[in-house]
Write a protein that binds this ligand. Sequence first.
Ligand SMILES: Nc1ncnc2c1ncn2[C@@H]1O[C@H](COP(=O)(O)OP(=O)(O)O)[C@@H](O)[C@H]1O
Ligand SMILES: [Mg+2]
Length: 263
Amino acid sequence: MPLLEVEQLSVSYSGAGQTVRAVDRMSFSVEPGEVFALVGGSGSGKSSAALALTRLLPPSARISGQVRLGRLDLLQATEEQLRAVRGGKIAYVFQDPATSLNPVLTVGEQLLEAITLHTTARGVEAVSVAREWLRRVGLASLETRLSAYPHELSGGQRQRVMLAMALSATPDLLVADEPTTALDVTVQLQLLRLLRDLQRSLKLSILLISHDLLVVERIAHRVGVMSQGCLVEAGPVAQVLRQPQHAATAELLRARDALAFPA
Ligand SMILES: Nc1ncnc2c1ncn2[C@@H]1O[C@H](COP(=O)(O)OP(=O)(O)O)[C@@H](O)[C@H]1O
Ligand SMILES: [Mg+2]
């Protein structure tokens, strides 16, 4: 049974007399322990789809379809049920760690907040859980890191903290929306390697969102390609990339090759 099953998901935004259909009757699933990537150009609807899963969209957004996590249809769930899902069963990591972390709280305070909110660990136990997560995301010299403020860390370190916060809730599904896009290329690679290692060792289920096929082919098992709000093809990564069926996929492949072999 899939962990997450999305059927006919649509998202539209209305405002100023206009309606934008950002996601158009999209269906896909994520199996337990699988990395499913959504890939597509800018504005193709990836983030709207990711946020719609737990109804994290602004009031101007209309969402329809079904999003099943186990037996719960998240689009029919009560606010109370959704609060337990957001950050708990489904945790997010976004592109920009500078805006996702609170600048006036230390790393330790924010990590502990996530742990107490989503697990039963308290007091010294919570602190040791926090230390363990910092170790797992490769942030050495733990003591200093716990008392550091976000601005004292590099972009890559901040993104590792975000990952630790997301994973410390032991979510069923991690949604990572362009998690490496804001980082330098070498730091991107380090973070991707970390994500891949954690995925394997913890058997994480991940919905990975990216505009970059180089990212997708390093870590995803299956990929769905989005274009203008529609999922235009999906399948095992090797198959989709070797035999693209849609012009949007071919275009992403050309962009990847231009990056890999600049003229
Ligand atoms: N909050 C919003 N209000 C109005 N339109 C939006 C909003 N967020 C996204 N859009 C529009 O929805 C479409 C899909 O955007 P988005 O989901 O951000 O795509 P992606 O993540 O693939 O770049 C775009 O046309 C974008 O302009
Ligand atoms: Mg986006």
